[in-house]
Design a binder for this molecule. Sequence first.
Ligand code: 13P
Length: 246
Amino acid sequence: MRKKLVVGNWKMHGNRSANAALLAGLKEAGPWNADVAVCVPFPYIAETALALTSQAIAFGAQDCSAQEQGAFTGEVSSAMLADLGCRYVIVGHSERRAYHHESDQLVADKAKAALAHGVTPIVCVGETLVEREAGQTELVVKRQLAAVIHTLTHCIGEIVLAYEPVWAIGTGLTASPEQAQAVHAVLRKQLQAATQKADAMRILYGGSVKPDNAAQLFACADIDGGLIGGAALKTADFSVICRAAS
Ligand code: 13P
């Protein structure tokens, strides 16, 4: 039985006082019988680390460089994230693929860089509305995952995968449990062909997960938790979602 994982993706939200209140609220609300983490903006990682010392809540970042180190102005390496104690880093979020033109290969290289430093990459895949309506959902997510499998080879079992349909992110439109489960099953099958660890791997669903739909989504056979955007910014909502995963 896979233990569920709920990850809050704060995106570009927050400030020092709001973050402190949110983290204090989460510490109060936990612990849960699920793994829980928050992925915060780079400038707040160190303070988050201090706030979560010896707590059951893990933390991480929302991106990392594919490069090891060097003259890459503005980039943050996975070694730096490891140095700060990050357990996770999100790579290949659709917002980065869309706004920063990240290719499938770059996302795979970022996942590889993270693993090299012991930081677990949460690799996001997902189709746009146009792709879904064109019947290309499977094709797109399998292509995105294939690049990661090809690049990580025998280490693929170490990642967390997240299925985030782009049309469901921040829109209030959630994939139905049936729609999400169908894609998760496709992804699990693709992982099974690549690694014997596939049945132990966690595949998260992300896209308008809210307190009132989390339990139904998490009840699906291949949905092992959630990657939560907007609802991760509210202590009460995020803790209800964590409880739904418990
Ligand atoms: P929302 O939960 O706000 O739809 O965001 C999902 C997401 O992009 C998490 O990475």
